[in-house]
Design a protein around this ligand. Sequence first.
Ligand code: DP6
Length: 354
Amino acid sequence: MADKKIYSASTTAPVNIAIVKYWGKRDTKLNLPTNSSLSVTLSQADLRTHTTAACSSTFTENSLWLNGEAQDVSGARQTACFRELKALRKKLEDANPFLPKLSEYFVHVVSENNFPTAAGLASSAAGFAALVRAIADLYELPESPTELSKIARQGSGSACRSLFGGYVAWEMGQAADGSDSCAVEVAPASHWPEMKAVILVVSAAKKGVSSTAGMQATVNTSALFTYRFRNVVPKTMEAMKAAIKNKDFEQFAAHTMADSNQFHAVCLDTTPPIFYMNGVSRAAIRAVEALNTLEGRAVGAYTFDAGPNAVIYYQEKDEEKVLGFLGALLAPEVAEWAGKYAKVAPEGYDNRPF
Ligand code: DP6
């Protein structure tokens, strides 16, 4: 009798926010970056994607639903993830003829974010990490998170870092086939649990220029970008790893803020220029700089991705200072910002079914 069973697996994946930014591809097909990057994985209690993957001989097509809406699965990114995961499952089936032939079935994926998808809060990172993890679980693949990160990377570059908790590097690698471009753990969340972050949701609007389009425009037109990826990022990567290892917030903050500012400088150096930050973002930068100057030490460290929302890292002991100061300085000025923030801590990867 034909197997009509529906096989399924569920997982959650966290958001990660880079402190050394990935910006630029050397290979757009395989999603290979021009520089290594480093991020902190944020708590899933606040920000996460929950995904269920199912397959059955009765399904007639691959499909993907995000927050209740059907998505296009014919794109190169989704196709690459489905293809690579199926190939790994096929290897298992070839080695064990008693396994059900899941690699021959279509896959349905249902995903839900517990944060606004359009808010530029690294939703594609959590989304593709959850998709890859869920299908890998469905297929009972034995591959390590680092191996799976090479597949998630093809969905969205930053997604490869969301397969780990804590402090995570995406090593750019050298190989033309991308076999060494993957995520590795720098330190678990438990290494530096005092680290916290607050996200100031300045705007929940969808970003004007997507990361994918923006970074390629930068690659093609910015001279500063070449200097950044060749001369600056390799040194920043080493300095950031040392800062994390030594739990040195002063160094962590200095490199985080400098890297964010340089990333936005290369955006401005792009033709036509890309502006991700707005007036409120700049007010947040001034507020953190003022607080650090006032205290005579690094209390907060801001960073901005491809959008105006600020992520400010700080140590738990400084929580009142950071939230009080930012609230007092920014909330009266910007009504839409007031009260709209999420506090998060770095977290270990939690792969238990939701
Ligand atoms: C500014 O990973 O979204 O957030 O690989 O084209 O999907 P694609 O780009 P994506 O870019 C993220 C850019 C960033 C920096 C970072 O997360 O490192």
